[in-house]
Design a protein around this ligand. Structure first.
Ligand code: GRF
Length: 206
């Protein structure tokens, strides 16, 4: 399975996937292309250090968002990608992207969707919202990506406790560890089912 990874920032999930590939834990997956929507981010350093091809497709290079998102789908297609992973990609993908890559994109979100998803729910804001809501647990969701933000079917959810006295940063760190594990697990299952010639999606589970 040739994997394309879309990034916007730190790249720790990208790094976790590349670590798992290097360690032989995702034997059927090749990181084919990393695409960023801005330059100068740590995720691009991660890709370059590991020798993974990367591209930056910023809005500055296109007449509008539709054109940029169409180009992202085209770049993934040109690289022969079977699946795209949004690993901290911070923009909603628009229709022209899905013209070439519908049904083949997954996202990781640091909460138990549909709780604490949607507009503005990125970074520490997610964990601050969890704390403000008085949740006793939060977690990780890996889901299909559709044109609607954070709304595709869940492939996997993992629960993470909220502990007394948690700050948003402390909670984010606890959730991030689980993100890295869950992502590798989902990719192993998806690549396994592709290898077996069965494209059946992973069933939602807790
Ligand atoms: C992660 O919390 C991910 O769930 C969310 O954005 C963050 C990206 O972190 N979509 P990183 O760039 O992978 O370190």
């Amino acid at each position: 399975m040739r994997l394309g990874i879309l990034v916007s920032g730190r790249g720790s999930n990208l790094e976790a996937v590349l670590d798992a590939i290097a360690a032989g834990r995702l034997p059927s997956i090749e990181a084919a292309l990393v695409i960023a929507n801005r330059a100068g981010i740590r995720a691009l350093e991660v890709a370059a250090r590991r020798g993974v091809p990367w591209r930056v497709l910023t809005l500055d290079d296109f007449p509008d968002v539709d054109a940029r998102d169409g180009a992202i789908g085209g770049a993934l297609t040109d690289a022969g990608c079977d699946l795209a992973l949004l690993a901290g990609y911070d923009r909603l993908l628009r229709a022209p992207y899905f013209a070439s890559f519908a049904g083949r994109t997954i996202n990781i979100h640091p909460s138990l969707l549909p709780r604490h998803g949607g507009t503005g729910m990125v970074g520490l804001a997610v964990h601050a919202a969890v704390l403000a809501a008085g949740e006793v647990e939060t977690g990780v969701t890996i889901h299909d990506v559709t044109p609607a933000l954070d709304e595709g079917a869940a492939l996997l959810q993992r629960r993470v406790p909220v502990l007394p006295g948690d700050s948003a940063a402390a909670l984010a760190a606890r959730v991030l560890e689980v993100e890295h594990q869950a992502l590798v697990e989902v990719l192993a299952e998806l690549s396994g089912s592709m290898t077996a010639g069965s494209p059946a999606p992973i069933r939602a589970r807790q």
